[in-house]
Structures are given as C-alpha cells and as structure tokens.
Design a protein. Sequence first.
Length: 416
Amino acid sequence: MTRVRAESVPEDVNPVRIGQAPLNRRQSISKIVWIGVWLIYFTGPVTELFADRHSTADRVLGVLGAGLFVATYFTLVFRHMWRTLSLLGKRILLAVLAVLACVLAAVLGPSWLVLFIFTSVACGVVLPWRQSRWTIPVCALLLLIVGMWYPEAGSYYLFAFVLPSLGIGYAMAGMQYLIATTKELRAAREEVARLAANEERLRMARDLHDLLGHSLSLITLKSELAGRMLPDRPADAARQVADIERVSRQALVDVREAVTGYRRPRLAVELAGARAALHAAGVTAAVDPALERGRHGLAGEAEGALAWALREAVTNVVRHSGARRCELLLSEEWAADERRWLCLSVLDDGAGPPRLQHDGNGLAGLRERLLLADGRLETGSATRGGGFALRAYVPLTTATPAPAAPAASASPDDPA
C-alpha cells in the first residue's frame, strides 16, 4: 500500500504549498504564478502611463520604477517563501518598496497609489507580527500623505486604496500567523510520532526481556549444572540437557508468537492508511461507520486477514483502477449452515475486472491468507456503475485468549 507520512499534506489540498518551500520546478512556477496574479492591479497605472498627458520622461520613469518595484517585490516575497532573509535585508527591501511607491505615486498620478497595497502586503508577509502591526498602518499613512497631492481624487482613493491596504495587510499578517502555527503543529506531530516509536521500542524490549529473561537464565543455570555432572553423573547430565532443550523450544515458541503479534496488521491502522492513500490519489473514500467503529470479539487471525485484504484492495484501486470513488463497507452475513461471516467489501467505479479472470500475485497471496483464517475471497464487477468489487469473508467468532504456557520447572536434581 502506498504510505503517506503523517506530516505531509496532499498536493490537491495545498497545491501552492502555502507556508512550505517548493520542492521542484513545477511547484516554484506555481508559487510564482500565485504571487504574480495579483500584479493585474498594475493594469490601471501602466495603461494611464501611456496616455497622451504623460511625457516621455514620465514614461521612462514609470517603466523603470515599475520594473524595479516588481523585481523587489518578487525578491522579497518569493525569497521569504523559499528561504527566509535576514531581518536587515527585509527592512532594506521594504524601504525600497516604500520609496518607489512614494516617488511613482507623487510624480505619475494617483493611480500609482496602488503600490502601497503591495508594500503593505509585503510587510504582512515577511515581518513578524510585532513589527507588521505598526508598519502596515505606516504604509496606509504614507498613502494618505501622498494622496494629498491630488485633492481632485476626493474620497475615492480613501476607500479604493487605504482600506484595502489595511485590510489585506492585516489579513496577510494573520495568514503568516496561521502558517507559523501550522509549522509548530507539524513539528509537534513529528515529535509525537517519534515518542510513540520510542515507546514501542521500549515495550518490545520489555516484552522480549519478560519472555526470554527467565528462560535464558534457566538455560544458563542448567548448562553449568550439566557441565559439573558430566564426569561422574552422565544420566543426570542428560536429564539437564533434555530440560535445556525443552526450555529453549518453549522460548522459541514464545518469541515467534510475540513477533507474530507485532507483525499482524490491525484493521484500524490499515483503515487510516487506506484513507491517506486514496486521498493522495484523488479518490473519494466513502467509509462505512461500522468499519470506523471497529469490531470486538474478532479473532486476531481474522482481523489480520481483513487488514491484509483492505491493504491489497486499496493498493489495487490506487494503482490500477483509475477510479474516482471507492466504498469501504463492513457487514455481517449468515450462511446456509448458520455460520456468521464478517464481510469486508471494497467497491470502486474504475475500469473494472480484467478480461482475463485470473488473480495476480497480490490477490493469490490474499486468498491464501484468508484460507488460513478459514475465510474466503470473492472478486468481480461492482454492483453499481461497473467498477471492481473485492469481498473478503472471515468467520465471526469470539476471540479467546491463548492458554498460558506452563512455566518451566527446575529438575529435582537442581541445587536449592
């Protein structure tokens, strides 16, 4: 099954990777487009720049100033998303943006006051909250001061530029706060996963110590005892060797049972992985509430077989079906012999079963796993809209705990 890291975010949820550095050229281009689309607001100033009332010197100044402003804005904002600049570098580039906005708006006309909005946005994006909360109002104040050069503009520019400068600037500052919080949560999730892995390793170490500590100590003791008995008491030494063999075989059985328990997949764990895999592949998952609640009284072998079936079925949906929707169902069924069966159904609306009705390696192995759990596997076309259907059946019985292994007792000849 396709595994998805816990801290990763599917690209269809965050295609621009907001708050994350681009990982390849396509994501870099996506970020550039996302940032550059807002430059559409330069249409008004640039269009007015080539009107008849402007001289050639004004046009040259406008073109050079606009080009420098856009280059500085891209360098500041995009570089911040890729790799954070130093605080001094941010302040210098923000000062360049503010100076260019003041000069161009004062010389070329009130339509160039829109540059203050970009400056305010840049402040909200690259500066921490303690600084952006006062630099954004400073940008709006500069806008008002420069706008006083054009009394004919009236209150139009107050609502067209001042309010957006404040609103969008603070909105970007809030978004940066959310991004920082998300990064902290992602780091906390990684730390929780690391601690959980450490706890699992400690639990495994404790279990192995409890399983093997007594047995290995007894084997060591009996080996020493047999070594002392060999010259004079070969019959007693043979009994000690037989006890060593019995204890070692029981220890091997205990270790195998423990390892089998560690390796056996759980239905809840596989369901979480299936959700992540389907979501990453762009497949809508419809999960039966009965499957989400889990089952009590299901034997470990049966649950493991269903978990393997869920993993294999979702893997086939992701890799081969081309489906857009997948249903995961869990239901109880009664057979003719009054046996109760638990059925796991995985239905998709993809390409359907292959023309040659034979199982691949994955389905063949899955049939064998289900047979070991006294279950069976059925595959074919889904009942609705074609597609492919996989149904795994296991007998529904109450799980009973395995009897405890008898403790190895010492031989009567052991020393007190």
